[in-house]
Design a binder for this molecule. Sequence first.
Ligand code: BES
Ligand code: MN
Ligand code: MN
Length: 497
Amino acid sequence: MFFIGDHKYRNQGAQPLTDSVYSKGRWMLNFKAGSLFPRTNMTNFTKLDDFLTRNRQQHLEQLFELLRIPSISADSTKSSDMDRAAHWVADRFRDAGLKTELIPGDGPALVYAETDPVPGKPVVLVYGHYDVQPADPIDLWKSPPFAPEIRDGNIYARGSTDDKGQMLTHVLSVLAWKACGEKLPLQVKFLIEGQEEQGSEVLEAKLPEIAKRLACDVIVISDSSQYAKGQPAITYGLRGIAYFELRVHGPKMDLHSGSFGGAVTNPALALARILTEIKTADGRIQLPGFYDSVVELEPSEREMWQSLGFSDDRFAESLGVDALTGESGYTTLERRWARPTFDVHGLLGGYQGEGGKTVIPSWNGAKISFRLVPNQDPKTVGEQLRRFIAEHTPPGVRVEVIDLHGGRGVVVNPDSKYMKGAVEAVEEGFGVKPVLIREGGSIPIVAQMVDALECDVLLIGWGLDDDGAHSPNEKFCLEDFYRGIRASSRLWHHLAR
Ligand code: BES
Ligand code: MN
Ligand code: MN
């Protein structure tokens, strides 16, 4: 069993644990009690480390270049920027002499590149995404979202943490090996897509066709977070997602609510009823059969997370809420990382303008999603939702359910032979032993890739929960960018052993 704090790299860049919501308690990596991770001989890396130190400014400038491209996959007017971003990534690979390909599809292109094969050694596939979420609400940004800026040690820009900054750490580390004239100890393949934030349709469609090219032993993804500032983590689970739009259709036109109110079903009210019936106040989802395939938490997992010393009070305070709510019988971390939930993301239709307007809207809608856990299937949830809605639709309205996207959750095999190398690389990059966590976010294509390629997966995120991913003023800690590059540069070595 390992305890944080007894390692020799502590002073090489790792920041002390702050008194954050995540701190206190004992930090341990006990997924395999008794196993020892021998430290590498650091001197092998002097040349690489020197190169990384000398090129910090150059690496930052590269990230800034990519961050300046507004590659918003949700915005159909941005398709030339999607193209520019794809080409920018491909050009980095080409400049470094990697075999590189832009794979076109019905949407943003996939960028594929590979280093030379190394017989007898594992093949690694790095997955990441060059697309970003929309930047609105723009007026809440302190600096423009696509004009990256450093403030108090953070890189502020849309995509800085999700996922351009994190993804680039692996690109830059492979380029560093090459620039140093070092032969990579294993083959690294890259698949960088431009539609992750919209459900990865292009990749999903192309997967059967390109699976042979992608063949690998392990997928490496940096598109998630550390446990806390100064406490890196290896993530061994992600939630899945099933995303829908509901449209409740009422009268064929907006009606004067004085003349007609009381005589027809108001679509907004019908929608509100349906939405509140889906989840009870104590967090239980009411779709019949919804929990049938849910894998319950292991007592050992619950124990391990308990030891992380998470503070509900500080968490609530950091979010500006006066209470935390959710499914009863589970802690906050359990609810966020390993329990399914239901959320409403936006309400559509009706009068949204200035002042008052007395209408019964002709229609109202909602964007909704379920976060799923192993072994829930988004298709099954869709069927359960349709059945539930059919039974809960009041007379006088019709409800349309539109599938937006979905993906299954992921659990990583903690006994995977690649886990040990990841732990070592992260420790050497960040100066602190990583803890094992799960996370609540989703990378919808991962489960399908793992199935199609029959490989392991490593989720090693360099972000922080307070990075503001998908929010205004998204940031990525500058030092974590450099630590991520260093960890990545070590990863190739450790995975090859
Ligand atoms: N990088 C995130 C996924 C993530 C977030 C992993 C937090 C771990 C912690 C990814 O870019 C993302 O935002 N995914 C979406 C998927 C959706 C748009 C299909 C998500 O989780 O909402
Ligand atoms: Mn992401
Ligand atoms: Mn995202």
